[in-house]
Design a protein around this ligand. Structure first.
Ligand code: SAM
Ligand code: SF4
Ligand code: SF4
Length: 387
């Protein structure tokens, strides 16, 4: 066997490592902390955003997320009994909301593959913040099933939507999703979502240098003036299977520079703290923001870390709480829920866990402190933890 073929072998080890111990008042190691609507971690970051992965399966095989040679039919996907039920998800989410979460994003894997997802959306949309406000309830999808599902999602109470789309050229798009899925169907899904009023819609494009960077301008031209906000995401070193190399990353600064040659842009203010995207508006002839032309966003997860105001927690498909996209271990909230613990104990555990959070992987990337792989642990996959 050549050295090269060794490099392609990625062992099918279970991606779900042992969970971290949960601070539990009953064990005498932690006091009972009530929900106050505001939690702060060790770096003073509030908890505002919860991302929930509802399935670890997907109908695409994007090479940067679920490479085909790893995510085969023999891959150890979670058995159905391991998945949180909709009632369990809603109960856990309710405690997060009591702690100050205002935004919930459903993700995966491909969330529209989860059977009856609209029932979960209905349950989550009934939650209220401590101030009695409704939540900002959203979902990220690859769009393959969107044309069929858009009306049901809207009727269930989904507020808005993010669709991932890595190119407009059919051949490039089919190569990116690696299952030969046509771009037309995703564009029809976006149109259907727009028609039923699931807006504002965002479109996310992961940019891989030399693979789909020729789609940056066509995508910008296509979505300019439509009310849809296109966001360019730097290809990240998330998970342990995508073979990430820095050379494959096209820095956001280069994306903006490229766009500026044809479509003049001006920098816009962030709309809220913890916003991941830097906003750029299309400029009019006088150099002012042309609101009708709209805006784009760039998410510079690699070249410009935004850990300092990261307010996001992630709940995996089987109920593990992760404090960072690059974590290698989570906290098993499903055990608490299935172990007959009261809501107060669940809320208290979340308070202790967030209170002890110090994660800032992207700020440390490249330095020793950033090496979850280096200390013998395996980072969880994006499809399991949710993007
Ligand atoms: N399947 C859905 C989708 O693709 O929209 C939801 C889950 S997917 C993991 C969520 C987001 O993560 C997508 O926008 C996807 O493009 C992004 N993503 C996945 N792997 C990534 C990587 N290595 N770097 C940057 N973004 C990535
Ligand atoms: Fe599936 Fe989304 Fe990952 Fe692509 S990015 S493989 S669509 S989960
Ligand atoms: Fe948040 Fe972790 Fe990403 Fe930093 S690396 S922004 S802490 S998820």
């Amino acid at each position: 066997m050549s050295e090269n073929s060794y490099a392609r072998i990625i062992p099918l080890v279970d991606q779900r490592p042992a969970a971290l111990p949960i601070p539990n008042p009953k064990s005498g190691i932690a006091s009972l902390l009530p929900a106050t609507g505001l939690l702060s971690d060790t770096r003073g970051r509030a908890l505002r955003d919860l991302r929930i992965s509802v399935t670890d399966r997907c109908n695409f095989r994007c090479s940067y997320c679920m490479p085909k040679d790893v995510f085969t039919k023999d891959y150890p996907y979670l058995p159905h009994a391991s998945l949180l039920t909709f009632e369990e998800i809603t109960r856990i989410a309710g405690q997060f909301v009591a702690h100050g979460v205002q935004k919930i994003r459903l993700t995966g894997g491909e969330p529209l593959l989860r059977k009856n997802i609209e029932v979960l959306i209905e349950q989550l949309s009934a939650l209220r913040t401590p101030e009695g406000e409704t939540l900002d309830l959203t979902l990220t999808t690859n769009g393959a099933l969107l044309a069929r599902k858009a009306a049901a999602l809207k009727a269930a109470g989904l507020n808005r939507l993010t669709v991932s789309l890595d190119g407009l050229d059919d051949a490039v798009f089919r190569a990116m999703n690696d299952v030969d899925f046509p771009v037309r169907d995703v564009l029809d899904g976006i149109e259907a979502a727009h028609q039923v009023g699931l807006g504002p819609i965002k479109v996310n494009m992961v940019v891989k240098r030399g693979t789909n960077d020729n789609q940056i301008l066509p995508m910008a031209r296509h979505f300019k003036g439509t009310g849809i906000v296109l966001r360019f995401i730097e290809y990240m070193d998330v998970g342990a299977t995508n073979g990430w190399r820095m050379n494959d990353v096209l820095p956001s600064a280069e994306v903006v520079h490229l766009l500026q040659q044809e479509l003049p842009l001006i920098a816009l203010e962030a709309t809220q703290p913890g916003e991941t995207a830097q906003r750029w508006g299309y400029a009019d002839a006088a150099g002012r923001h042309d609101k009708a032309a709209g805006e784009i966003g760039v998410i510079s997860s690699v070249t410009q870390a935004f850990c300092s105001d990261c307010n996001r927690a992630r709940l995996s498909t089987e109920g593990q709480l992760y404090l960072c996209l690059f974590a290698s271990q989570g906290y098993n909230l499903r055990d608490l829920v299935r172990g007959g613990h009261a809501d107060e104990e669940l809320a208290s555990a979340i308070a202790h866990i967030w209170g002890g959070r110090s994660d800032r992987y992207s700020e440390l990337r490249g330095s020793e402190g950033a090496a979850p792989m280096g200390d013998g642990k395996r980072r969880v996959e994006m499809s399991y933890i949710g993007g």
